[in-house]
Design a protein. Structure first.
Length: 122
C-alpha cells in the first residue's frame, strides 16, 4: 500500500514539474518574442477644437492580442471612437476637420461626422 501511494505522489510531482516547465517555456517564448512591445505606441496625427486623431498600435503581449487602430477622442483623454486601421504602416495620412473628422491616405477614408463627435462630451 505504501509503495502505491509513493508512486502516486511521485507521479503528481512529476506532472507538476512538467507543467511548470511547459508554462515557463511558453512564458519565456512570449517575453523573448521580437513582436513583443511593452507599451502602446500612439502617433498623434492632429488636434483641433479639443479633439485629437491618433494612430494607435499595441504589439503582441503575453495574453493580449495586438491591435492597430485609428482613434478620435478628446484632447485630454477619456472617451474616444476607434476603427481598425485600414492604412499601411508607413502611409502618410491626411486629416480633414470639415464637418467632423476624415482620415485618408488618398485611397481609403475613415470618417466621423460632427454629430457623432459631439456625443463624446455626453
Amino acid at each position: 500500500m505504501e509503495s502505491s501511494s509513493r508512486k502516486s505522489r511521485a507521479g503528481r510531482v512529476a506532472l507538476a514539474v512538467v507543467l511548470g516547465l511547459l508554462a515557463l517555456g511558453v512564458l519565456a517564448g512570449r517575453v523573448l518574442s521580437p513582436n513583443l512591445l511593452f507599451a502602446t505606441k500612439a502617433d498623434r496625427l492632429g488636434c483641433q477644437d479639443g479633439l485629437c486623431v491618433e494612430r494607435v498600435h499595441r504589439g503582441e503581449r503575453l495574453f493580449l492580442a495586438p491591435y492597430d487602430e485609428i482613434r478620435v477622442g478628446a484632447r485630454d483623454g477619456g472617451r474616444f471612437y476607434s476603427a481598425k486601421n485600414p492604412f499601411d504602416h508607413g502611409d502618410p495620412l491626411t486629416v480633414d476637420w470639415t464637418g467632423g473628422v476624415r482620415v485618408t491616405d488618398g485611397t481609403v477614408t475613415l470618417s466621423w461626422d460632427a454629430a457623432t463627435l459631439d456625443r463624446l462630451g455626453d
